[in-house]
Design a protein around this ligand. Sequence first.
Ligand SMILES: Cc1cc2nc3c(=O)[nH]c(=O)nc-3n(C[C@H](O)[C@H](O)[C@H](O)COP(=O)(O)OP(=O)(O)OC[C@H]3O[C@@H](n4cnc5c(N)ncnc54)[C@H](O)[C@@H]3O)c2cc1C
Length: 371
Amino acid sequence: MLVISISATAGPSGRCCWRSRQLRASEAHIQVIDTTGQHVYQPGLLYLPFNQQDPHGIVRPTRRLLHKRIELLEGTVESIDVAARSVAVSGDSFAYDWLVLATGAQLEPERVPGLDGAHHFYDMEHALGLRETLRNFKGGRIVVGPARKTYKCPSAPLEFVLLLNDHLRRQGLRERTELYYFSPHPAIFGGERLARIMQPLFEARGILTALNFNLEEIDNSTLHAHGGASLEFDLAVVVPPHGVGQAISEAGLGDDGWVSADPYTLEVTAQEQIFALGDVTDLDVPKTGAVAHYQAQAVVDGLVAGIRGAGRVRPYNGRVMCLVETGEGRATIMSFDYDKEGRTSPPNRYYHWAKAVVNRLYWITIPTGRV
Ligand SMILES: Cc1cc2nc3c(=O)[nH]c(=O)nc-3n(C[C@H](O)[C@H](O)[C@H](O)COP(=O)(O)OP(=O)(O)OC[C@H]3O[C@@H](n4cnc5c(N)ncnc54)[C@H](O)[C@@H]3O)c2cc1C
């Protein structure tokens, strides 16, 4: 039997792959297809622009993270034929019995005219470019925000502004810099509880806000929003629009590209023997690595039960857990699930160090399925 998990190791969804080793070699051949063969630990990108993270520390060859029984194929899935149960990779066709979609969210800067010239920290190249720019920054107006409402790690741009505020103070540049946060949401964060924690922090630090700001285009040194609002800048840090990429989009597995999946079992709607997890789904949970990690258990259970014809499936309960930097060596926590509102906490040093520990232990815990 053949199980193809598209890049299921490349992200935190990799737990899915590792745990699938509970299937015997005679039961399944597991193949992972991944574009780059490199796994980037994206939460580490937040710290790169401030030189607080070694870039080499957040990249590992995917092969090293995989169980030896799992085959890795480096290549890009160009199309998915669900009727024929096959995927096309670099012109070759690969048949599958079961398919796991874990291709994440892709950055699509081309959807906003002029965005190509702006900075961001959502991939390695741009995070390092921003580090260089900040090294040479002498003061002026910096604007930071997401271009659209849907993007991974929704708290990351807020965390970035608060860390940027600390960075500018350390460099003696804060007095000479006006900091602006813009957002398409009516509050500084889509979720009410985190917005309530963040708003006073922004006010205390003199970080200005432009809300309901739906970015339309960037020309020279001005952001233009739908409806006529505009923001001039000396440095713009803009999270690009996200999408699913060509293969997923053309497979037509959801209304607006994002793959429609059962919120508990992660089975793709109206399809057989296809699962989706992580950022690629249309589920009403934040696109975070922690979510992908928690979802992986339900997918593995579903695969094992499906292949063996029996077995207990532990459903994903909507669990979300984020440690959120709030600057000045503090962080807060946000956790909830489908049924419980969960908790947040006033920012404290404990959660900041907890986040540092999670980041340090990532390689030996999450992709290997040990946690
Ligand atoms: C700056 C930043 C900070 C973040 N901070 C946090 C945090 O603190 N906590 C947290 O939980 N999450 C955080 N996240 C979000 C987290 O990184 C993502 O939600 C998580 O990586 C999603 O996992 P995934 O497996 O769905 O997708 P990804 O990790 O993006 O993996 C998808 C993989 O699929 C491959 N791929 C895509 N298309 C194809 C194709 N057609 N063929 C073959 N391979 C393909 C890609 O190359 C990639 O390797 C952060 C993200 C960023 C950018």
